[in-house]
Every structure is written in structure tokens, then in C-alpha cells.
Write a protein that binds this ligand. Structure first.
Ligand SMILES: Cc1cc2nc3c(=O)[nH]c(=O)nc-3n(C[C@H](O)[C@H](O)[C@H](O)COP(=O)(O)OP(=O)(O)OC[C@H]3O[C@@H](n4cnc5c(N)ncnc54)[C@H](O)[C@@H]3O)c2cc1C
Length: 364
């Protein structure tokens, strides 16, 4: 039996908890977190509920580590679409347009993602758009593939329910899964927070951006973690948009993305503002993001667009990329930046291996 405390209840922590319970029936998992997906509001950073979210791997052609992680995610989400319609993951075509200005900035070279080639490319029907399929005055090229949209809080709640199901009992001595609301200043405190009342064997650190506040993380490590702010609008989808639609423009920190959810709302983003920590959104940003909808995609109906909510989120980036690493009895899993959903299943596979190196009773 291995007693595990997962610190953090974002998509990374919950997916890890689920995989740990599923992998080994003797694992007992407690999630300790200051926020949970069903919370109505959160005063501290909690990124996962704010995301779109889709699968669009950002790995470079050379980055085999992230490619491997994202590949796991692509097939896992396809499996959920097929077999678990209640998970909150919906199949959607993912269509991408590249503006003429972006093409010029890229040195007049078409840039297709790494997954266009190979197995995923075949399985997702990746194809370049024909020139007749877009406005040639604005766009240079485009591509499309079988993608998906995740309804984020709903999906995380589904995963928590799956954890209860695997637990075998919701309470009492037979329960293998528990949730505890709480905040730790140091990861070492979490060893004493296992629901069994006994000392945990392993801690899995899934604190996202707030990892930088943990007092027992090395100062150099803490300084590597930084936010990239995103602002999204949850709107009623009266526009006619049915595909995840992305317009790549020539700005480093802005683009346009639309994620129509099955439930009738749509997420409109985006911006990527490094080290911007404010929750205040300048009205001019909103005008730019929403203005791009009617400029680049006039074929849809943007009149009387009803904005339900404006959401500000902070992507948990880390210099050097993801930290999936074991230090003694602590396994770190954070720094997933703008890719926490698509990478969650692949990261969890790696975490499983690291946790199994510790096990219970080992002298690490
Ligand atoms: C606008 C926007 C759009 C995005 N779109 C996508 C997308 O389309 N696809 C995609 O894959 N990704 C997307 N992302 C990125 C994705 O949302 C993040 O990578 C992911 O949510 C990070 O998850 P996490 O679990 O690491 O962190 P979080 O969701 O922030 O969770 C951290 C958890 O740890 C808890 N915690 C932190 N510190 C402590 C502590 N000391 N004690 C106790 N608990 C603690 C928090 O309460 C929280 O529960 C987007 C992000 C944004 C902002």
C-alpha cells in the first residue's frame, strides 16, 4: 500500500490522482488543495477552470519529450470522446488560418505543426486547406484536423467522480481517495495531511504557478516559474462557428482563437502576456480580441454577441519547460504553461513511473 498526497486540484493534479488510483489498487490518494473545480470564485491563482481548452500540441519538431507527452493526450481524449460522452470532451474540427503578415514574419515559409506528419497526422486527417477555402486577401494558407474541445470545470469534476468510483467507497477505512481543502506553505507539511491520518509515503506537487511560493522549493527553481496571462470571453454561441478556429497573426503576444463548446457557449481568446499578473483588463484589449472576430471571420454572425463572462487566467510557464522530476519522496509535476490539458495524461504517465520508484516503506 502506498499513501500518496497530491497537492493541487487543477487538471494536472486531478489527472495524476486518477492515474495513480487506476494503476495500482493499493494506492491511497488524498488531494490537498486550496481550490477545487466546483469553487465559484478563487482569490489565489487557479488556472485550469479558465482555459478553453483544446488539443493543439505546441512542441517544436525537435522536442520529442513534449511530443511524446502530447501524443498520449491526443489518443486519450479521442478515447473519452468515443467511450465517455459524459466527460465533457467534444469532437470538433480544428481549423487554423495564417495571415499574410504572419507568413511574411515567418520568412515566407509555411509552418505546419510536428503532428501533421506521422501517425497522429494520419489519424486526425490533417490536411492543408485549399486556397478556395479561405479569404486570399487576408490569409496565406491554413490547415485543418480532427480536434476537440474540453469543457474545463465540468471535465475536472468528471475526473474527480471517476476517482470516487475507483476508490470503492466514498468514506471510511476502505476509501482509497479523499479530498482535503487546505493550503501548504511547504511541501514537507503535506506528508502529515494524508486522509488516513498516517504519514504519506509520497507527495506529488501539482501546484501550477503557485509552486513558486512553496518555501521548500529551491530559490533558483522558484525564480524559473512565471505567468503568461490569458484573457478569454465566454459568449453565447449565436455566431454559427462550429469548428475550433485559430487565426495566427504577426504579433508575439496575441492571436485569435474560438472554441465552440457543445453546451452552447463559446470561448474567445486570446493573448499571451508574459509576466503580466494583473486581473485588470484594459478595454482596448477586449476591443482588439473581439474586433478580430468580425475582421477575419466575417462569414459568421457577430451582431449582438452576448458576452457572459470575461475571464483572466495565468498560464504556469517555467524556464526550461515542464518539471517532472523526483527528489526523494517528492515528485514534481508543474510548469505546463499553455498546455496543461493536452499534456495532462502524458505527464501522469511519467509521474506514475517516478512514484513507483518510491513505493511504500522504501528508505529514500
Ligand atoms: C486563457 C487560457 C487558455 C488555455 N487554453 C489551453 C488549451 O486550450 N489547452 C491546454 O492544454 N491548456 C490550456 N491552457 C493552459 C492550462 O490551463 C494550464 O496549463 C493548466 O490549467 C495548469 O494546470 P495545473 O493543474 O498545473 O495548475 P492549476 O490549475 O493552477 O492548479 C493548481 C492547483 O494547486 C492548488 N495549490 C497551489 N498552491 C497550493 C498550496 N500551496 N497548497 C495547496 N494547494 C495549492 C491550487 O488551488 C490549484 O488547485 C490555457 C490557460 C489559459 C490561462
Amino acid at each position: 500500500m502506498t499513501r500518496i498526497v497530491v497537492v493541487g486540484s487543477g487538471v494536472v493534479g486531478i489527472t495524476n490522482a486518477y492515474c495513480l488510483l487506476k494503476k495500482d489498487p493499493s494506492n491511497e490518494v488524498t488531494i490537498v488543495s486550496q481550490n477545487f473545480p466546483t469553487d465559484f470564485e478563487f482569490k489565489k491563482v487557479y488556472t485550469s477552470p479558465i482555459a478553453g481548452a483544446n488539443w493543439a500540441s505546441f512542441a517544436t519538431p525537435e522536442d520529442k519529450f513534449v511530443q511524446e507527452i502530447d501524443t498520449v493526450g491526443y489518443y486519450k481524449f479521442q478515447d473519452l470522446i468515443k467511450n465517455r460522452p459524459e466527460a465533457g470532451v467534444t469532437a470538433r474540427k480544428d481549423i487554423n488560418y495564417v495571415t499574410k503578415e504572419k507568413f511574411a514574419k515567418d520568412g515566407h515559409a509555411k509552418k505546419f505543426p510536428w503532428f501533421a506528419y506521422g501517425q497522429i497526422g494520419t489519424d486526425c486527417g490533417f490536411r492543408e486547406l485549399d486556397a478556395s477555402e479561405f479569404d486570399n486577401n487576408k490569409f496565406e494558407y491554413g490547415f485543418e484536423y480532427d480536434g476537440l474541445v474540453i469543457r474545463t470545470s465540468y471535465y475536472m469534476t468528471f475526473l474527480i467522480n471517476e476517482c470516487w468510483r475507483l476508490s470503492g467507497a466514498s468514506e471510511g477505512p476502505k476509501a482509497r481517495f479523499s479530498l482535503r481543502r487546505g493550503s501548504v506553505k511547504k511541501l514537507s507539511e503535506a506528508f502529515d495531511l494524508h486522509a488516513s491520518g498516517r504519514r504519506a509515503d509520497v507527495i506529488v506537487n501539482c501546484t501550477g504557478l503557485l509552486a513558486r511560493e512553496l518555501e521548500d522549493l529551491e530559490p533558483e527553481e522558484r525564480s524559473k516559474i512565471y505567468p503568461v496571462r490569458g484573457v478569454v470571453y465566454v459568449v453565447k454561441n449565436t455566431t454559427g462557428v462550429k469548428k475550433v478556429t485559430i487565426v495566427e497573426i504577426d504579433k508575439e503576444d496575441e492571436s485569435l482563437y474560438l472554441m465552440p463548446r457543445r453546451e452552447g457557449e463559446m470561448i474567445i481568446g486570446g493573448c499571451f502576456q508574459k509576466n503580466e499578473e494583473s486581473r485588470y483588463v484594459d478595454p482596448s484589449l477586449r476591443e482588439r480580441i473581439l474586433g478580430r472576430c468580425s475582421y477575419y471571420l466575417p462569414q459568421f454572425n457577430w451582431k449582438n454577441l452576448e458576452i457572459v463572462r470575461e475571464q483572466v487566467g495565468f498560464r504556469p510557464y517555467r524556464e526550461g519547460g515542464y518539471r517532472i522530476e523526483r527528489k526523494g519522496r517528492i515528485v514534481h509535476c508543474y510548469g505546463t504553461g499553455g498546455a496543461g490539458y493536452q499534456s495532462s495524461w502524458g505527464c501522469a504517465e511519467k509521474v506514475l513511473k517516478l512514484v513507483s520508484q518510491v513505493g511504500s516503506g522504501s528508505k529514500l
